[in-house]
Design a protein around this ligand. Structure first.
Ligand code: NAD
Length: 267
């Protein structure tokens, strides 16, 4: 997507070192935003930062276009510290893309309390902690966009990923509640719900199917591909384009939505 002007805006993308988060960071930087990529994996973050800077600072911007800040979105102290560092360098956060997440499959009877808690902490608790870190400042400035990368698993059930599904449904509930709470304060809150998207997380899910069922990789891929009526995996850039649109001035009335990017798998 081109033509969205975000010059001077500070955008934070959690889990911005890979997959959908990396595509969002590129799209936001391309539109002129100053982007903080946050994540746990320092090496991956630095590689992503290098790509952002070499692509976008080449256009002779007056100030650096990107920074990388380490965070564990499941830890309140880590989140507060990361957002303080990010804002000290690039100013208050105008756009927050809550993208960090993780999917681990297991039959429900083998979903032990630790797996259940891990899925809730990273996929739902992280959205809560990161949004909490920016919302007051957005309200104060009467301006902000919060975009939560949920999943079609936030809108429909899938077998063998009960904890992930529960967490992603929670993200959609949180999105809808915050959208109403902050509607009159200049802040919009929306969710983007990708279907199976070609990223490291998907490749890990395919490996989990192979390991747990003994099926071969091509067979596992075919099964996941069948979920999308278009018979293909979503590209990370398609999700990033939707995020960019939600950041545009024209989307200021879009609030509390869960936008499905899934080729019609879930509507
Ligand atoms: P990915 O594994 O490439 O990205 C996830 C990122 O989150 C990684 O960079 C990882 O380091 C980061 N992360 C994980 N735990 C973290 C933590 N505790 N603190 C900070 N960062 C952490 O996978 P992706 O597919 O790009 O996933 C991005 C988002 O999209 C996730 O929320 C995922 O649930 C969602 N999603 C993915 C798909 C898919 O098929 N790939 C489909 C629907 C939704």
């Amino acid at each position: 997507m081109t033509g969205v002007a975000l010059q001077g805006r500070h955008a934070v993308v959690t889990g911005g070192g890979s997959g959908i988060g990396a595509a969002c960071a590129q799209a936001l930087a391309r539109s002129g935003a100053r982007v903080t990529v946050m994540g746990r994996d320092r090496k991956r973050l630095c590689e992503q930062l290098g790509r952002l800077v070499s692509t976008h600072d080449a256009h002779a911007r007056p100030a650096p276009c990107a920074q990388a800040v380490a965070v564990d979105v499941t830890q309140a102290d880590s989140v507060d510290t990361a957002f303080a560092i990010a804002s000290a360098a690039f100013g208050p956060v105008d756009i927050l893309v809550n993208n960090a997440g993780h999917a681990q499959a297991a039959p429900f009877s083998r979903t032990d309390p630790a797996l259940w808690q891990r899925m809730l902490d990273v996929n739902l608790g992280g959205v809560y902690l990161c949004t909490r870190a920016v919302i007051d400042s957005m309200v104060e400035r009467r301006d902000g966009r919060v975009i939560n990368i949920a999943s079609t698993a936030g809108l429909a059930g899938y077998a063998y990923v009960a904890a992930y599904c529960a967490a992603k449904h929670g993200v959609i509930g949180l999105t809808r509640a915050l959208a109403l709470e902050y509607a009159a304060h200049g802040v919009t809150v929306n969710a983007v719900c990708p279907g199976y998207t070609d990223t490291p997380l998907l490749r890990e899910s395919i490996a989990q199917i192979v390991a747990k069922t003994g099926r071969d990789e091509a067979d596992a891929r075919r099964e996941l591909l069948r979920a999308n009526p278009q018979g293909r995996f979503i590209a990370p850039d398609e999700v990033a384009d939707t995020v960019l649109w939600l950041c545009s001035p024209g989307a200021r009335s879009i609030n509390g939505h869960a936008v499905s990017v899934s080729g019609g798998e879930v509507m």
